[in-house]
Each structure stands twice: as structure tokens, then as C-alpha cells.
Design a protein around this ligand. Structure first.
Ligand code: PHE
Length: 374
């Protein structure tokens, strides 16, 4: 057999192949299991040792030549394809990069951060307490004994658990805290030892009530405020709230009206109203509620800390006085940023968040999200 002729013919066909598919087809035709060169190799076994000595090297040389030619043809075609792609595809470095998805700060977190910042400038620290509270901290210590009617007003979520028994074997019922006021008690107990030290804190966080409609959600947010010192009076409360609200709403014409009210834990108690008017279908805080086109709106509850509460917190009420307030964060956010449905705050709709949320990169965040229970 003329191995040289077979070889030349194979090499010529490989050289003529102009696609990778064609090269692959030739590889199968020559070197595949049923391939012609493979078939020649198989004939070696049937030859006499002398014939094998002369024919063997020729067939092996033939296979090697074909293998190398196939690899070279493949490499050449791949190289050409890459060159063609590089020539066709140009990268425009001036095009804007696709934007990566970015989260945003929820308006509730934003408002808590703003308040923490404003109060921090006035020397207030941020205090926290548990969201699962016992009824002594949530009610009893706040001057709401067991059968007190104000307990009923709170629409409390009771939990099946009770606290471990104390030295006298008494247990306390566990509730989801209905307000941030139990943090007052925890803070006072921590500060009242050794005769006591002044307290100036705010306590932002989640609170829970069994209540749901357009203006009430079962979970909402409050910021509690507490100041304990000697010689504290209602004037300090009014000045503090006025100063904070001017900073928060970023306007100087905030006018407050203190209206007598009732909370078991403060005496006297005052409901704080602010003047507002309607501008383009939105409530805008500012001015006196008695001015033309203006009205009063209830903003928060507050008062002087009741002496029973000071005592529960370990302070001597004949030496120490204090004021406290509690304000709805969701409400403040709605007023400042113009949302009108409270429920949307908790729907987790990203379109709403994109619209009302805040860039995490533009604002410093102090609370790192909604108040964490200690
Ligand atoms: N805890 C009250 C509430 O949830 C608000 C409040 C706090 C009132 C502190 C007076 C003093 O409605």
C-alpha cells in the first residue's frame, strides 16, 4: 500500500478544511474508531514480524502526521475566529456601566435617625428595652395597677408565657409592649442607685397593639423621651419639644399648644398639639392653629413623671422631678415626607420604598435600622 500517497491525500484534505466542523469530521474519518488510519493500525497485528518491522513505522508516521496536521488546522481556525471576533467586537469604555441594584433606608429608620441626631445634640442618649415585656414594666410600674381601666385601652397582645417566679414565688405575665414607656422604668432603675443620677434619654422602637385600620397598624413605632433631674418643670418639656420639632421640620414657625390630658404615668399630663395648614392637599406643619386657614393637630402625649412612677424607678420624688413624652414615629414621617396611608409603611412594596426611601449612601445612619431590643 502506498502510505505516502494516503498521507498526502489526507494532509491535502485537512489543509483544505475551512471550518472547525470540517476538521472534526476529518478527525473522525481518519482517526475515529472506524477511521481509515485506525483501520491500517489494526492490520499490523496480522503481519509477520518482518513485515511489521518495515510497515509499522510507516503507519505510525502516517498517524502522527495526520494527528499533527489536524491539531494545527484546528489551532489555525480557532486563532482566526478569535481575531475576527476581536476585530468585530469593540468595547466602548465611555458607555455608562449598568447600575447595580441598591437598597434604601426606610422612612421610619430615617426619622428615628433624624430624631436621635437632634436629641444627641441636646445631650440625650439612646436607650432600648425588650419588645417582649412583662406586665409590671409595661403597666404596673407605670402606675397602672392590675384592674386599671387604662390597661384595657391598650388592646394588649398577651403571650402564653410568664416570667420565672421571684423570691416570693410570684410570676408576671408577658406581653408585647404596648408603648415605649417601659423603657422609662428600666432606665430609671439603672440610674437611681446610690441616691440617683440625672437621666436624659430617648427610646425609639417597635410597639404593638391589637388594632388595625387605615390609621392603626398592629405594630408601629414610637420614640419615648425621659428627663430626670432636680428642678425640672413643664417649661423644660415645652422648650425641649419646641426646639426638637423646629429642627425636625426644619422651620422656625412651629407653634405648640399644651392641652390638659390624662396618662396614669404623668401628672400633670399634657397632649401636645401643633398648628398646621393644608398646602396642595398636604398637611404642612407650621404657624398657630388659631391663625386663619390653620388648625390644631394632636402630635404627642407627655407630662411630668408621676411620683408613683419615680418611686417605682427607685428615685425619691421629693428630690427628683422629670418629664416624659411619647411620639408616634410613623406619624411624624407621614407629616414630614407626605405619605398618606400608614399601612403602606409595612407592606414591604419596593416601589413605595423606592419612592419614599432614602439613599443609604447619602445619610449617616445612627440606629442601623429600627431600634434593636437590648
Ligand atoms: N405611652 C403613651 C402612649 O403610648 C405616650 C406617653 C409617653 C404619654 C410618655 C406621656 C408620657 O400613648
Amino acid at each position: 500500500m502506498d502510505y505516502q500517497a494516503i498521507g498526502q491525500d489526507a494532509l491535502a484534505r485537512i489543509a483544505a478544511a475551512d471550518t472547525l466542523e470540517a476538521v472534526e469530521a476529518l478527525r473522525i474519518e481518519f482517526l475515529g474508531k472506524q477511521g481509515s488510519v485506525s483501520a491500517l493500525l489494526k492490520t499490523l497485528g496480522a503481519l509477520s514480524p518482518e513485515e511489521r518491522q518495515t510497515t509499522g513505522p510507516k503507519i505510525h508516521a502516517l498517524r502522527e502526521g495526520v494527528t499533527e496536521a489536524l491539531a494545527a488546522a484546528k489551532a489555525a481556525l480557532e486563532g482566526a475566529a478569535l481575531e475576527a471576533r476581536l476585530a468585530a467586537e469593540t468595547i466602548d469604555l465611555t458607555l455608562p456601566a449598568p447600575e447595580a441594584p441598591r437598597g434604601s433606608v426606610h422612612p421610619v429608620s430615617q426619622v428615628m435617625d433624624e430624631l436621635a441626631e437632634i436629641f444627641a445634640d441636646m445631650g440625650f442618649a439612646v436607650a432600648t428595652g425588650p419588645e417582649i415585656e412583662d406586665d409590671w414594666h409595661n403597666f404596673t410600674a407605670l402606675n397602672m395597677p392590675e384592674s386599671h381601666p387604662a390597661r384595657a385601652m391598650h388592646d394588649t397582645f398577651y403571650l402564653p408565657d410568664v416570667t420565672p417566679p421571684d423570691a416570693d414565688g410570684n410570676t408576671r405575665e408577658m406581653v408585647l409592649r404596648t408603648h415605649t414607656s417601659p423603657v422609662q422604668i428600666r432606665t430609671m432603675l439603672a440610674a437611681s442607685g446610690d441616691g440617683g443620677e440625672p437621666v436624659r434619654i430617648i427610646a425609639p422602637g417597635r410597639v404593638y397593639r391589637s388594632d388595625s385600620d387605615a390609621t392603626h397598624t398592629p405594630m408601629f413605632h414610637q420614640v419615648e423621651g425621659l428627663v430626670i433631674d432636680k428642678g425640672i418643670h413643664l417649661g423644660h418639656l415645652k422648650w425641649t419639644l419646641e426646639t426638637v420639632l423646629k429642627a425636625f421640620f426644619e422651620r422656625d414657625d412651629i407653634v405648640l399648644r399644651l392641652r390638659p390630658s390624662y396618662f396614669p404615668f404623668t401628672e400633670p399630663s399634657v397632649e401636645v398639639d401643633t398648628g398646621y395648614s393644608w398646602v396642595d392637599g398636604r398637611r404642612v406643619v407650621g404657624g398657630s392653629g388659631d391663625a386663619p386657614g390653620h388648625s390644631w393637630m394632636e402630635l404627642l402625649g407627655s407630662g411630668m413623671v408621676n411620683r408613683h412612677v419615680l418611686e417605682a424607678g427607685g428615685f425619691d420624688p421629693d428630690q427628683w422631678q422629670g418629664f416624659a413624652f411619647g411620639v408616634g414615629v410613623d406619624r411624624l414621617a407621614m407629616l414630614k415626607y407626605g405619605m398618606n396611608d400608614l399601612r403602606a409603611f409595612f407592606d414591604g412594596d419596593v416601589r413605595w420604598l423606592r419612592h419614599y426611601g432614602f439613599s443609604a449612601l447619602d445619610v449617616p445612619t445612627l440606629s442601623a435600622g429600627v431600634g434593636v431590643a437590648a
